[in-house]
Design a protein around this ligand. Structure first.
Ligand code: PHE
Length: 341
């Protein structure tokens, strides 16, 4: 029995040396120290021995038990401390958290929204699947008007027993001009960022899905000078204080007069380079004074109020700003494209 006690002791210390965590400790405790453990069962058997032997071995067993329990507690403390230390060791480098990326269009959109809200504009929104009426007719483009050809799109026919009407994937953000006028009346200052769709033969510069950034300002006596100064502010904000604006006539049915706004190229500052195709100018915004028919469709009296409107190609802005040379990358779903920023 003496041998048995020695063996238990040796085994115990061997195991304890190897113990590395709480789980190992629990196993050791169960096997050697618990009420059903090996030490207890040896002590239990002492009762059958002679008095002398019982005394001698009993003392030995008790000493061993104390020794083992003491060592066990010590080891437990050390392992506990190690676990704690690991938890609070502030010198261990943190794990790198992987962050998402904002789409380049989102970045430009937010920049524009910040500028316009600081000028007192509200941000308005409208549906991407739009009625033919809001997308064309209310914007002074009646059915069969040739201007519809410039903006061919995806038509969705809804037919049921009572009704039949045309929906289109909106070709520009301009239908939200009408929606916003109807909702808020005049005076009104609003910008409208959003996704638009056209039937395009896609290439590096044409895409069926793209973003615009529209704006309207309606009050008494809004004139062309207001439009020009506003677009100048935007140009300087986007491309720097040296930026110049020029406005050239262009026909849009919903403005009169209508024009194309062009800024001096931010890269060559008007000298001519690859980005501006050697013209020195970047064509970015369509604009004009809101046509009286459009104000009327929005429920606003054109005798009392006048307004300005402009529409930026947001996708085009992002392409220029970030030097993206193929518009199709935006819809490609290619993470390598997005993770560059
Ligand atoms: N809606 C026009 C387009 O998509 C842009 C525009 C907006 C022009 C507002 C004038 C006024 O081309």
């Amino acid at each position: 029995m003496k041998n048995k006690l020695q063996t238990i002791r040796e085994e115990f210390f061997e195991k304890l040396k190897q113990a590395q965590n709480a789980e190992h400790l629990r196993e050791i405790e169960l096997k050697y120290l618990s009420r059903k453990g090996e030490l207890s069962s040896v002590m239990h058997n002492l009762k059958d021995l002679s008095l002398d032997l019982k005394k001698e071995l009993g003392e030995l067993a008790n000493n061993i038990k104390k020794e083992l329990e003491h060592s066990f507690e010590e080891t437990k403390k050390i392992i506990g401390l190690q676990a704690d230390n690991k938890f609070i060791d502030i010198t261990i480098p943190g794990e790198k958290v992987k962050r998402g990326h904002l789409n380049p269009i989102t970045i430009i959109q937010r920049e524009m929204e910040d500028l316009f809200t600081s000028l007192g504009f509200i941000i308005a929104d409208g549906p991407e699947l739009e009625s033919d009426y809001f997308n064309f007719t209310a914007l002074n483009i009646p059915p069969l008007h040739p201007a519809r050809d410039m903006q061919d799109t995806f038509y969705v026919d809804i037919k049921n027993q009572e009704d039949s009407f045309d929906l289109v994937m909106r070709t520009h953000t301009s239908p939200v001009q009408i929606r916003t006028m109807k909702k808020f009346g005049a005076p009104l200052k609003a910008v409208i960022p959003g996704r638009c769709f056209r039937n395009e033969a896609t290439d590096a510069r044409h895409e069926h899905t793209f973003y615009q950034f529209e704006g309207i300002m309606i009050a008494e006596n809004i004139n062309f000078a207001n439009l020009k100064s506003l677009l100048e502010i935007v140009g300087k904000k986007l491309f720097g204080p040296q930026t110049k604006l020029r406005m050239r006539p262009k026909f849009y049915p919903f403005v009169e007069p209508g024009n194309n706004g062009e800024y001096t190229c931010f890269l060559c500052e008007g000298q001519g380079c690859r980005v501006c195709k050697n013209t020195g100018w970047l064509e970015i915004v369509g604009a004009g004074l809101i046509h009286p028919n459009v104000l009327r469709a929005g429920g606003i009296d054109p005798e009392k109020y006048s307004g300005l409107a402009f529409g930026f190609g947001l996708t085009r802005l992002a392409m220029l700003k970030y030097g993206i040379n193929d518009v199709r990358l935006f819809n490609s779903g290619d993470l390598k494209f997005l993770e560059q920023l």
